[in-house]
Design a protein around this ligand. Structure first.
Ligand code: SF4
Ligand code: SF4
Length: 345
């Protein structure tokens, strides 16, 4: 039954992941051993063996939204006058997704799958995916509790919550697919009251810095012309775009056609873009957001004023990646607190 519970031992979970790999492509959080020196960094990657997966990982450097909205993808090819749409149809599993990232998928759904202009590429990948979540500990940057995104209520097929000192996980079943996956005998029955207590306990952590979101759209709007706040941030910000590229809720992209005069073949490609970068606002005849101040303010304003107006959600789940990735320590939690001190009632 959907929204029921089972439990699984850790060693059986590893077998379960290995079994999943026989049927699906499985992506999971793997410790980053790349050329960049990044202690404690994890990347979602295609896994070859269950042992690679880290069940207790800090938020990945790049969020798992990349499996629904890749940083670069070819949309279609044109040869002579024939258009060939490039479709990915393979079923895949994203294993080990934190609750805040699951909640970011639900925000992206409102934009790409539930709005007036649905994106078939995004929708297809969402339909082909199986999401298996895992509970997490907060990092010093996390404020998902403040954003009310620390718990995933929906948006997963299975969700694992570690039972302290037991080498076992409570498994919340969130869909019919999840129910089917958990029907194997590796998954054993568990008493509902016990499962709910373990889950409740796993959510009891506190954040280092909390924020209040009440009236945030209003005070963000009131601050728009505040030179003290945005002018100072514009001086500090480098306009590097890191905060935008690592954000699970940012979703702007650019479309470019690629072709050659020597070939009858061309393609249309989509790549991520970032409103914090100078090129983003370049149009014929000039750039309408030349100053770093206007670009950073736009990024913030979009998340905390425009998103709520358009989809009734903030464009932020409080994962803290933007804070961790900012080379000059700009921290939206501090900005929200400053806005509240100055404009809050
Ligand atoms: S704005 Fe920052 S904290 Fe919020 S979701 Fe994006 S990266 Fe995470
Ligand atoms: S990561 Fe920091 S410096 Fe770079 S654009 Fe974002 S706020 Fe500015």
């Amino acid at each position: 039954m959907v929204n029921s519970y089972k439990k699984i031992q850790k060693r059986d979970l590893l077998d379960f992941i290995n079994d999943l790999m026989k049927e699906y492509i499985v992506y999971g959080p793997v410790e980053n051993k790349g050329p960049v020196d990044a202690d404690d960094e994890f990347m979602f990657k295609k896994i070859k063996s269950a042992e690679e997966v880290s069940l207790r990982h800090a938020p990945s450097m790049i969020p798992p939204k990349k499996y629904f909205l890749p940083n670069k993808e070819a949309l279609f090819e044109i040869q002579d006058s024939n258009i060939k749409e490039l479709k990915e149809e393979e079923k895949f599993v994203i294993f080990g997704v934190h609750a805040c990232d699951i909640n970011s998928f639900l925000i992206l759904d409102k934009i790409f799958a539930e709005g007036p202009f649905n994106d078939p590429y995004y929708e297809r990948r969402r339909e082909n995916s199986i999401i298996i979540g895992v509970n997490s500990e907060p990092t010093e940057y996390c404020f998902s509790k403040s954003m009310e995104k620390k718990k995933a209520e929906t948006g997963f097929d299975l969700f694992l919550t570690e039972i302290p000192d037991e080498n076992e996980y409570i498994v919340t079943i969130g869909s019919e697919i999840g129910e089917k996956l958990a029907s194997e005998n590796k998954f054993r029955s568990v008493e509902k009251g016990f499962a709910e207590k373990v889950i409740e306990k796993s959510l009891e952590w506190e954040e280092e810095i909390t924020v209040e979101t009440q009236d945030l759209p209003k005070i963000t709007h009131q601050s728009f012309g505040d030179e003290d706040i945005w002018g100072e941030l514009g001086e500090r910000c480098l306009g590097c775009g890191n905060c935008t590229m690592v954000c699970p809720c940012c979703n702007c992209f650019d479309i470019k056609d690629e072709g050659s005069l020597e070939s009858p073949k061309a393609s249309r490609n989509r790549t991520w873009n970032a409103c914090t970068l100078l090129e983003f606002a370049e149009v014929s005849g000039g750039n309408f957001r030349r100053s770093i101040k206007s670009r950073y303010r736009n990024w913030f304003y979009d998340k905390f004023n425009i998103f709520p107006k358009e989809i009734d959600e903030f464009g932020c789940v409080g994962c803290g990646r933007c804070i961790r990735s900012c080379p000059v320590d700009i921290d939206p939690r501090e900005i929200i607190r400053e806005l509240r001190d100055k404009y809050g009632e």
